[in-house]
Every structure is written in C-alpha cells, then in structure tokens.
Design a protein around this ligand. Structure first.
Ligand code: ZN
Length: 154
C-alpha cells in the first residue's frame, strides 16, 4: 500500500546537515514510526513520504521552513544570573527546560555565560538548518481507529 493519510509508516533514516555532518540516525535501533497526515514528523518530510511504499528508499532535502523553522532572534534572551541561581554548573552548551504558563516545555540552550547574565536560546537546535534525509521505508499499514483517534501511531 502507498503512504497516505491514516497510514502508519515505519522508516529508517539518516539525517545530515549542509556540511554533510551526521546529526541523527535510526540505524542500529528500531525504525521510527508515525501516523501519516497528523504532523507526527516535520512537514517537508511528511510531504516527501506521501505515495511511497514499503521497500522504497529516497533522499530528500528539506528547507528550514518545512522543518524546524527559521531562527527567531526574539527567542534569544539575556537572563540575569540571579534568575538561574538554582541551576548547578551553568555552562555554555547546557540545555535547560522551561515550562511556559500553558504547560508547554521548551528547551533553552545556554549560548553564553557572562558575569551578570547568561544568553539563552529557545530556538530549536535545528532552526535555520536545511536538512538532508536518507530514508528507507520499512512498512506501511492502515492505522487502527484508536491510533487515528489519538493522532499518533502505537
Ligand atoms: Zn495513543
């Protein structure tokens, strides 16, 4: 069967950036599973998946706007160290989690630590990046009613 809405797809992938550096891969672990048509994966990759079938492999280049978006400068903020005093060993590259009032968890990357403040970046670490995927479709099946109801694969 061909990939369309309400299909559960399992696939292996390797993700590289423009420099050819490998960022992520499912190699050596279970294939990634998602419910097609429910935004379970980035939009550009979901679009590339449509119409493929089990056994297909393909390469796709996904622009930032179809992946994790462009870098939003307003998401980079200076925070006084006083406000971060409960964090042990605050250092550049550290990732902090913050919960917004509506309960959403955001990951903040520490970009710089100064004498009085730290620079925190709430952009997704792949924001602004063009992504290169190597994909192998392992299986395609119809989703169960429960999966469709939940909006994700089981
Ligand atoms: Zn569920």
């Amino acid at each position: 069967m061909k990939i369309a809405d309400r299909c559960v797809v399992a696939f292996h992938y390797t993700l590289t950036n423009d420099q050819g550096e490998r960022l992520d891969s499912s190699e050596g672990s279970e294939p990634l599973q998602y419910l097609h048509g429910f935004s379970g994966i980035i939009p550009g990759l979901e679009r590339e998946m449509a119409g493929r079938g089990a056994g297909d492999s393909f390469q796709a280049t996904i622009a930032p706007e179809d992946a994790y978006g462009e870098v939003d400068p307003s998401l980079v903020q200076e925070v006084p160290l006083d406000a971060l005093s409960q964090i042990e060993g605050l250092a550049v590259g550290m990732q902090l989690q913050s919960r917004s009032p509506d309960g959403q968890v955001r990951v903040l990357t520490v970009e710089a630590v100064g004498a009085e403040s730290a620079t925190l970046n709430a952009n997704h670490e792949l924001a602004g990046a063009t992504l290169h995927f190597d994909v192998q479709v392992e299986s395609v099946r119809e989703a169960t009613d429960e999966e469709v109801e939940h909006g994700h694969a089981h």
